[in-house]
Design a protein around this ligand. Structure first.
Ligand SMILES: N[C@@H](CCC(=O)N[C@@H](CS)C(=O)NCC(=O)O)C(=O)O
Length: 269
């Protein structure tokens, strides 16, 4: 994909680093990607990669150089500078996951290289999360945490829809439809379908949604949370604050207010 290299050069010098260059902040959509890169690093499938932290408070994701990498002005974005190919940009977290899986995880540790039917099922779950959970939970976050006025209808609408989507994972994992209880979303092993969803579901609290009514989902969240690669990813580009925010409602409120400021400033750009 052609990029305007003069405009891109206005960005940080790390954009010239060889290998994979990820642009992100500590958010669920970015976590999806670092869950995968950390798993691949642990398996020696990638040597390492560059992380360029993006500042929401400066709205860096709306700058012309960033929009060369993601025309939607949102993170995460990937620039692949590997020597074997011409530089390519990839945007949308689901697309980045598929791209990294296909080009770095070439023997399919986290996808189904040799089984088209399982791969089709995997893409279905990717799309379900990407088109459902992320956007709906994102709106629940917005109305519950960030909106300048609390609109009960908006809060309820998106929290209920988030719960409904979680109930779909719950039914699937519990074996409601096929009688088979599952530890993972697809094919009996940990894949990018799980990595794509857990970073959102673990943050249910931020949307004001409880996980207690979804026991299989809660166990699956925890199973993924305990993986060493997940723990490493949750430090990129800074330590994830979930437990701290759960324990300290005032700190959560302060963070929501700070975020609300840049969200309001950035949403018309
Ligand atoms: N569908 C996109 C959503 C990306 C997205 O909304 N990213 C958020 C962070 S999780 C963002 O960059 N927000 C900043 C903004 O709205 O300006 C994806 O999955 O990559």
């Amino acid at each position: 994909m052609s990029m305007n290299t003069e405009i891109l050069a206005q960005g940080p010098k790390e954009l010239n680093n060889p290998g994979l260059v990820l642009l992100l902040a500590q958010t669920p959509n970015a976590g999806k990607v670092t869950y995968l890169t950390e798993e691949l690093k642990a398996l020696g499938k990638i040597p390492g990669y560059t992380v360029v932290p993006i500042s929401f408070s400066k709205n860096e994701q709306k700058t012309p150089w960033f929009e060369q990498l993601n025309p939607n002005g949102r993170m995460p974005a990937l620039l692949d500078n590997r020597e074997s190919k011409s530089p390519i940009r990839v945007f949308e977290s689901m697309s980045i996951l598929l791209y990294i899986a296909k080009t770095c995880d070439t023997d399919g540790a986290f996808w189904f290289k040799d089984d088209e039917d399982l791969q089709t099922e995997l893409v279905s779950w990717l799309a379900f999360t990407h088109g459902g959970t992320g956007p709906m939970q994102g709106q629940a976050n917005h109305f519950f945490r960030y909106a300048p006025e609390k609109i009960p209808y908006g809060i309820k609408r998106y929290q209920d829809e988030t719960r409904r989507l979680y109930s779909v994972y719950e039914a699937h994992l519990s074996g409601k439809h096929d009688g088979q209880k599952k530890e993972w979303l697809v094919g009996g092993r940990y894949t990018i379908a799980d990595m794509n969803a857990q970073p959102w579901v673990r943050m249910a609290f931020w949307a004001g949604v409880e996980l207690d009514e979804f026991p299989n989902v809660s166990a699956w969240v925890e199973r993924i949370e305990q993986r060493p690669a997940t723990q490493a990813a949750l430090k990129i580009p800074e330590q994830d604050k979930l437990s701290q925010l759960k324990a300290d409602p005032e700190a959560a409120e302060r963070m929501a207010q700070q975020a609300s400021k840049w969200i309001m400033e950035g949403q018309n750009k």
